[in-house]
Design a protein around this ligand. Structure first.
Ligand code: G3I
Length: 637
């Protein structure tokens, strides 16, 4: 380890050395052997399938009036035709952010995590690695400098990239195969954080090893020795807006020394406003309405609140286009799909009206779609993050927007192995059945009027066709699915109840799901349909298998919903191939009478969980792509 001199004379530098690697294969991770489905940890199911009455008073704290969202100042959003509400209470406590601990640090350097394509045999092609990585103990104000030199046992020079650079850090190329990570942790960074660099196999760019180290930052004895750096704006992105639409840019000031900076606009454009958020003091909402097309730029001054003479200036800009730039020829997708007896929908970005392009987003959503799924706002750890604490505003707003535009809502998800709040993870297994039922009941009581379809159980299957492990499966075995569906039917008798799953076009997982369906139907468990997520790549080649699996589901008197369609473009594929894939999926749905809806997981590449693969029919500037017109054509013919 070489020490370089700095103002603190405590910089650290390392050159990577060899590491063993844990081969992350199907057997290495979680997954369940699918024990006896009849096992359960305490039962509110009378054995004949009837559910016991929920306890009064309830086992878990119910929402109260102090959970009811309140009206938001319109200066903070782009909504033009519906009222936006916001959470009433103070922000969630910081401890909600999952932090790494000293114990994590003392446990040593995390094992590399490998991504191994099926075509690779790790025994003959060892993964790329870094030598000599080690956890680092540093003081706030130190300069950390680590030289990363990726190596590969078979020779060749692996590629590499940092997974998430700390704010203010750099990862610079030394043009000798190595890159240097440089970072000055400050007061904001006190604690343990992970820094990960991904090495890419020289022969196959999908064969990767993610190599992390933990860096523990503590305050020096004399904090005044820490340099006071100028505050900055949190990461800004490219946005496109439409002439005469309101634009709201939420400017988040960041001062790595730990104070909250202020944000000022020296030359505020006529008609513009800037307001500090009442709940998030670091956020200032800039609202303006551009009246001409072009690059709309505004200089922003961020001022240190400890040393007010210390400022930085950044320019935020928005590309403004005329209305005609967003027009699409032909009929709207919701109109065409209605003519064919199906719904056409999308998953909505949470709080899209807080985005600078929220107005054009809303306009396209309202005109093109007649069913909407909340991408994240109805997930349990968001809705009910702490016992007795509920966050309904984002879902309430989406429901309000949907009802205004005659858009149905697809509730997602009620019971899932992911996004489970910590307090539920910590709940004794014997109590989880009631916890789950009370949550389902509360969500359906609040939203079933607006949401006719529900992903009651999301992703219950493991890849091998057994049931996936989860806090719910641990407590109740397979019966958690029975109980969830029975409670949903009880709470919302008119709702369409789905099990939603991915990667079930064919194979072990699809066969396992069908076997589960047969068991549920034998037990007379209420179930109305199956959601096929269909997160695909344009190279998808299981159209016939998908059609056959659709038929298997339909033969069980179940409806089919395509729930999360997106078709990624990678490995040199083209937007034309993507368009063709969209067309084929639409055709398969239209050819299956039980297929009731095609819902995409978003509609613009600007907001996609797979944005790097441009998977959706609108690009980041809301321009319709060939995929849009392929869908339009398939729905028309
Ligand atoms: O809201 C928090 C924010 O406060 C915090 O600062 C930030 C960083 O920790 O995280 C934010 O939450 C993130 C959330 O998206 C909202 O952006 C979560 O970390 C992130 O894990 C979550 O990812 C979502 C993922 O489901 C997990 O819930 C994706 O956006 C969403 O597209 C994806 O959707 C799933 C479906 O629900 C189920 N089917 C698969 C599909 C794709 O994975």
């Amino acid at each position: 380890m070489k020490l370089l001199s700095t103002s603190h004379d405590r910089s650290l530098s390392l050159t990577g050395l060899a590491l063993s690697a844990c081969l992350l294969t199907a057997g290495c991770g979680g997954g369940d052997d699918g024990g006896d489905p009849s096992t359960d940890g305490g039962s509110s199911d009378g054995g004949d399938g009837t559910l016991s009455t929920l306890p009064q008073p309830p086992l878990t704290a119910a929402p109260g009036t102090d959970d009811e969202p309140i009206a938001e100042n319109p200066e903070f959003n782009t909504a033009q035709d519906f009222e936006v509400r916001r959470e009433p209470g103070a922000r969630l406590p910081e401890e909600m952010e999952v932090e790494l601990t000293d114990a994590d640090f003392e446990a040593g350097v995390p094992e590399p995590v490998l991504q191994i394509p099926d075509s690779i045999d790790p025994s003959s092609n060892q993964p790329p690695f870094f030598e000599g990585l080690t956890n680092l103990d540093v003081l706030a104000g130190d300069i950390v400098e680590i030289v990363y030199l990726p190596q590969d046992p078979e020779g060749g020079l692996p590629g590499m990239f940092p997974q998430e650079l700390p704010q203010g850090a750099t990862f610079t190329d030394n043009f000798d195969g190595s890159k240097t990570f440089t970072w000055q942790p400050l007061q904001m960074d006190v604690g343990v954080r992970e820094f990960t660099v991904v090495a890419i196999d020289p022969e196959n760019d999908q064969y990767r090893s993610s190599n992390s180290i933990l860096i523990r930052t503590t305050l020096p004895d004399d904090p005044s020795s820490i340099p006071n750096v100028a505050p900055m704006l949190d990461e800004m992105f490219e946005y496109t807006a439409r002439v005469n639409d309101p634009v709201v840019i939420r400017l988040k000031g960041v001062d790595l020394n730990g104070s909250v900076p202020t944000v000022e606009i020296p030359d505020l454009p006529a008609g513009a406003s800037i307001n500090q958020d009442p709940r998030f003091e670091e956020i200032f909402a800039l609202k303006f309405t551009p009246v001409t097309a072009g690059e709309f730029s505004i200089d922003v001054v961020i001022r240190d609140s400890v040393d007010t003479s210390l400022t930085s200036t950044e320019t935020v800009s928005v590309t403004v286009l005329d209305n005609i730039e967003f027009e699409r020829t032909g009929a709207r997708l919701r109109q065409l799909s209605a003519n064919r007896g199906i719904k056409f929908g999308f998953a909505s970005l949470q709080s899209f009206y807080h985005q600078p392009d929220g107005a054009i987003y809303a306009d396209i959503a309202a005109s093109e779609f007649d069913i909407v799924t909340p991408e994240n706002s109805m997930k349990m750890d968001y809705i009910n993050p702490l016992p007795g604490r509920f966050q309904f505003a984002a879902s309430d707003n989406l429901v309000r927007f949907a009802q205004l535009h005659n858009i149905d809502v697809h509730g997602h998800p009620l019971v899932w192995y992911r996004q489970v709040p910590q307090w539920v993870e910590d709940t004794p297994a014997a109590d989880r059945e009631i916890v789950m039922r009370e949550y389902i009941d509360r969500m359906l009581m609040r939203y079933a009027q607006a949401a006719s379809v529900w992903d009651v159980v999301n992703e219950p299957m493991a890849d091998d066709g057994t049931l996936r492990d989860s806090v719910w499966f641990e407590a109740m075995g397979e019966r958690y699915i029975d109980v969830a569906l029975r409670q949903a039917r009880l709470s919302a008798p008119n709702a369409t109840l789905l099990i939603n799953e991915f990667d079930i076009a064919s194979g072990a997982k699809a066969n396992g799901l069908i076997a589960l369906i047969d068991r549920l139907q034998q037990r007379e468990v209420p179930l109305d349909g199956i959601g096929f997520q269909l997160h695909l790549f344009s190279s998808f080649d299981q159209y016939d298998e998908l059609q056959t699996t659709f038929a298997s589901i339909a033969s069980r008197d179940l409806d089919i919903y395509i729930t999360e369609l997106d078709i990624s473009v990678a490995d040199g594929a083209t937007s034309t191939e993507q368009a063709d894939a969209y067309r084929r999926i639409v055709d398969i749905c239209l050819n299956q009478t039980r297929c009731k809806a095609i819902q995409m997981w978003g509609f613009t590449d600007q907001y996609s969980f797979r944005t790097i693969f441009d998977p959706l029919p609108f690009d980041r500037a809301y321009q319709a792509k060939p995929a849009y017109y392929a869908i339009q054509d398939a729905l028309s013919n």
